[in-house]
Design a protein around this ligand. Sequence first.
Ligand code: SF4
Length: 158
Amino acid sequence: MTFLKKSPWLLHYDASSCNGCDIEVLACLTPLYDVERFGIINTGNPKHADVFVVTGGVNEQNREVIRNIYEQIPEPKVVVAVGICATSGGIFRECYNMSGGIDQLIPVDVYVPGCAARPESIIDGIVKSLEILEEKRIQMKERARQIKQGRSPGGGER
Ligand code: SF4
């Protein structure tokens, strides 16, 4: 965690979860698991978030909401799919209105297994996502530096 330059904030969205995974996400925020010790704060504002945590799969009602929240989160950002429903639709995948996991809609960086996902797995997934977030931040900085120097990000002069 020493690689982090700032406290990462996360936004949790319950897509179509049965609430099992939601309870476990909340448990991560309670004093027992206490993710705040890593400086991780749960925010309700997508514009303040770095990590998008989603529980439950995609259905016709939440499709636009997931996309909308994702697009409001500034770059760089990472997405964590928590539980088998967010990963693939899980036990609800055959339902008439389900489309499957959230990677049907938005790119997912980390998949957390389980039904329900255990708090230890969720914290592990979030810590992994923070490493990816930091890599993305470095790549963005490098791209911006290259553009400033008049070179295209893929190499070569512009
Ligand atoms: S993975 Fe299991 S506990 Fe989590 S939302 Fe789906 S059914 Fe509920």
